[in-house]
Design a protein. Sequence first.
Length: 186
Amino acid sequence: MVRSLMDEVFGSENFVSSITIAKTSGVQAVALASTADFILWYAKDAAALKYRQLYIARSDIAEARYDQVLLRDGTTRALTPAERTDPSALPEGAMRYQLDNLTSDEFRPDTTVSYEFDGRTFHPGSRAHWKTTTAGLDRLTIAGRLQAARTSLRYRRFQTDFPARELNNVWMDISGSVQSRSDPKM
């Protein structure tokens, strides 16, 4: 109802996004509790909209995905339970990372090819392709970003590569967004 009214006022072509804000507690109701509010974002002229992407620090949940460690001597292993709970327990110079997918769905003649890595031959599958060219895979090999898994080739995504994530249209927690002037981080 509100969206229809806003479309009439601003024009549906100027709709930018519907932002969902999760609340910490729901308002009691006869049926479903209301646990979110919504912001409808419209531009005066969407074609002329200027937007600078906002970023927020990665959450602890996202950090938990970085469950592998590259040691200074080049060996790799899974994090120990102690290192998971206390990152300061990591050996000096160790780098946390996660193994990420290196393929996408769909056959492509130039990237649905076999690739030799560490004495083994890997193929993305008959209905998939590498996310980069063989020259790109070569560069990833030189950079130490590839790792053989059981039957696939994976990409090493380090925790320090990008310590933030893009803010999207679902805001899970805005309670900590206002900091006091006495906060030392400000």
